[in-house]
Every structure is written in structure tokens, then in C-alpha cells.
Design a protein around this ligand. Sequence first.
Ligand SMILES: Nc1nc2c(ncn2[C@@H]2O[C@H](COP(=O)(O)OP(=O)(O)OP(=O)(O)O)[C@@H](O)[C@H]2O)c(=O)[nH]1
Length: 576
Amino acid sequence: MPLTLPRSAPPRIRGKLPRKLPRAAAWACAVFWLLAQAGHAIAAGEDRKVLVLYSLGAENISAWQAMVHKGLYDELGRKAWGDVPMIFEERFDVARVGRQPSLDSMAPYLRTKYAQVKLDAVVTENYLAATFLNSHPELFPGVPRFYVNHGRRGWRPRDGEALEVAHDYGRMLGVITRVAPSTRRIVVVGDKTPRVQEWIAGAREAARAYGQRLQMEYWDNQSFDELYRRASLLKGGTAILMFATYTDSTGGAALPSDVARKLADVTQVPIFTHVESLVVPGIAGGYVLSGEAIGRAVAQVLQGQPADMSNVQRYVFDYQTAERYGLVNIPQGALMLNRPHGVWELYRWQILTGVGLIVVEGVLITALVMALRARRRAMGALNDERNNLEDRVLQRTLELLMANTKLEQLATTDPLTGIANRRKMTEHIAKELERVRRLRHPLALLMVDIDHFKRINDTYGHEAGDRAIIAVANMLSASLRAIDTVARFGGEEFVLLMPETDLETAGLAAERLREAASLLAVEVDGGLAIALTISIGVAASRPQQAPDTASSLLVRADKALYQAKEEGRNRVVLGP
Ligand SMILES: Nc1nc2c(ncn2[C@@H]2O[C@H](COP(=O)(O)OP(=O)(O)OP(=O)(O)O)[C@@H](O)[C@H]2O)c(=O)[nH]1
């Protein structure tokens, strides 16, 4: 299937668009014009038809042909809207069907196939196709012919244009002595075909410049086996320059690339060559003809441009082989094939992406860790603050509690004696009377008064009176049961409350207290100790009668006390 590409013929816009043409209309016109031109260009491209005749068979057979083909289509492909004709391609399939059958069948084949095709040009690539076309003037009558890379110096076709590469044999040899400076002998390998002989002649001529400094040998007339055997015997200081070799002295045929590989396998010396397609692993390289450059030249011819044949040679080396033979001074800009790429070259974007992701991840993790740390610190500070607050609240609560307790104590304690005061006793009485009402238990109340206390004060002083009050308070406290309570009710008067105690029992208890008081000895000034007595009025709540109130109970006890005073003091009187 021939390749069809559009042809560009950039037209000129004549005249000007009307100034006041609306913008939308101008755009529509421009698009219409572009489409029309594209259609015209495609149609124009399809109008032109050219035939490329290759010498060396399909690309999968010939590395050289693959390179030429690539150069041709790369060059055409660069012209998106270029002057690209419809390309037909034919090949002499020498490697698969043999040289003669291939040559014999080509003319009738072309005649039949292209009987109805009007070609605009025929281009040959390489020696075989050029020879064939030149010897068949009857084919494609009147169609311009171009013979590219035909391989013979000074050859003029009987018709058409010859585009031959001017091989630079001087550079071909020069690069060998440059990159392998110890080279004193060059063995040129080839065969007896006219084209190879032409190359050998070129090398021979160029070698003259070296005189005695370079020993040249030309191996072009031996069997392949002999070639490999002799190559295996070559020693240091020698290099091989291998031209594309197809045949041997016995008529044997081979692909030049196979010959190159075998030579590389057996020899100990570096092998250089003259075409890029032979720079295979094991072949060092050299100043070689570029298949792609030839392909580009063919493309230029097909497009009607002058073919640039000056730049079709370049320095190409096989990196591994150059390393193996320790080649030096490789010209700058040389193409190095099979260079092992470093990890960086191979995976640069993957590495950069990976590193970028790691950096981003690192930054995110760092930010996260910092945020977590900051949060933890804030939480810690908050906890400390809360604990401090709780401690302070607890402390304040305790202080308040203690203050309240103290206040309560101060409010309910008699400061002189340390026992409960009147207020506290009043609360006790109310509480116990409540129990009496609920449980119907007995409750006794003793009202105690120091006899003739005024006299103690007056005789021994107020402080002695205080000591007497304290002595009586201590005695009363010490004599009480756990459930009894005592309070200083005022002045030298005390009240005792005795739960679960009836009037008689309370009277007995009061009697014991009276006796205990009479045994007290209160110290006064001058080391003297004075005695005192107490009078006690006893009252009891009677569960079977109307319930008492605090004041009714106190009044009855007070009356009993009054009676005790009246009856002479130092006695106990039971109330009604
Ligand atoms: N030292 C001292 N004297 C007090 C205190 N409270 C009251 N007094 C005095 O106690 C005396 C009480 O005297 P009175 O009420 O006349 O009774 P009394 O002298 O004990 O006589 P009878 O009760 O009838 O035996 C008064 O002189 C009060 O000034 C006190 O806290 N300390």
C-alpha cells in the first residue's frame, strides 16, 4: 500500500479583505479557505507518483535498507503539509530469492504492475538497482530517473541524474590511526565485485599519504573460511578495515553483516568499516556512510529539491567494542551506539518523580509530626493548667472548709473553757428533743451553777474566778458519757444534756458531779487552793406527757436549780 501524504503549495492571498467585514464572517472565510487549500494540497500530493527501487531487499533482511527507509520517511514525515508525492517501493530481494532470479523477474514485474501508473520519477538506491534501471531504458519511458548511491566513481548513467557519495577514504583511514594510535598495519577486507574493488582502490590511494608508516594489506581473494582463519591470527598493532563483503573466491555468498559478526568473533584486533549498517556489536565503527542520510537525500530528490550528498558520512562507534579495544581520541560529536545507559539516564523521570514524591511525603510527614507535637504540647499545657486549677480549687475548698469549720467552732465554742457554748447547746437540745418525739426515749437536762461565785471573784480576783470556771468545765467534761454533751451556758452556769436518761438516773449522775466538784481545788494567788461547790437542777423530758420544747425543759431545770439554791446550795434538786 503506497504512502500518501498531502502536498503543500502555500498560496498567496491576493488583495485585502473588506475592512468592514464582520469578524465572524472573516473567520468563516478563513476556515473555508484553509479547508479548500488542504483539499487542494491533498489532491495535488496524490497527483504525483514516484517509484523507489531498493537494491538490498526488505528492511528485515537488510539493516542498511532499513536505515535508508527510515531516513526517507523521517524526512517526508517532517513535511506535514509538504510537497510529498505518492511513494511506490520495490526491492531486489537478492538475499531471499537470489541475485539472478531477482534481476530477471524485475523488468516484467515492473512493466506489468506499473502499466497503468503514470510515474513522475524513479529513484534507485544502491548499486544493483542503479545497474538494473540503467540497463532497462525501455522501462518507464519519459519518466525522470535518479540514481542515488550507485557506488561507482565517475559513473554516468545513459539517462537520468547520478547522485553518488564522494567517499572520503582519507578520513576513513585517518580515524583508524587516530582512535587506535598503535596501528601500524591495516588489513582491508573485501571481495572482487566491481563496487568493492572501487572502494579498495579508494583506500589504496588514500594510504599513499602514510608512506612507510602504515603497512596496508588487501584481502579480497580468499574463501570466507580462509578469511576467518587469517583474521584469527592477527596480532596487536593491526586493524581491519572491512568493506561490505558479499562473496568469496569460491563463489560463496553471505550477508556483509554476517561476515562482520564472524570476523569480530575470531579476531583479536579492532575492525573498522565504511557503512553504518555494519557497525554491529563487535565492530568498532569508523567514518561511515549513513543510511538515514542517504534516505533523506532520496526524499529530497522526490520532493524536487537538490539532494545534499555532502553530509552523508559521519563518525559512528560501537561503545562496548571501543571500550574493549581501548580506543582513544574518538572525534567529538561521534555517534556512540549501544552505550549502556546509567540508571540516571534510563530512569531520570521516575527517579525525579520518586524523589519529588518522597520530598513531598517527607514535608507532609514533618508537618504532621510538628502539628502532632504542637497539639501534644498544647494538650499537656492544658492538662497542667486544668490540674493546677483543680489543685487550686481543691486547696481553696479545703481552706474554705477549714475556715468554715473554724468559724463554726468559734461560733459554737466557749472561748474560756473550750467546751460548747449556749448556742451549740440550744441546737443539741432541739435535736435531742426531736429524737425524743420520734423515738419516745427519755432525755435529761442538768443545769449546774457554781455556788457563791461572786464571792470567789471578789475575794481572789477575776482570774481566780476564771480558773474556777475552767476547773468545773473540765470536771464536767471528764465525767460525761460519750453521748452526753456539756456547755457553758453563761457566767458560772453550765448545762448538761443526757440522752437516753430518765430523771432518776440523771439525779444520780448529778449527785456524782456535785461530789466531784466538792473535791476540786482551785489555785488562787499566794499558792492557796480553794474549794467550791455546785448546785444542780435536773429536768427530764417525759415521753408519756406532752412533748417538751427547749425552753420548757430549760425552765424546769432552772426552777430546780433555783430551788437547790434556795434550799442551801451544794445540792441536787430534781425538777417536776
Ligand atoms: N471571773 C469571772 N466572773 C464572772 C464571769 N461571769 C460572771 N461572773 C461573775 O459571777 C458572779 C455571779 O454572781 P451571782 O449571780 O450573784 O451569784 P453567786 O455569787 O454565784 O451566788 P449564788 O449563785 O446565789 O450562789 C458575778 O459577780 C459575775 O460578775 C466570768 O466569766 N468570770
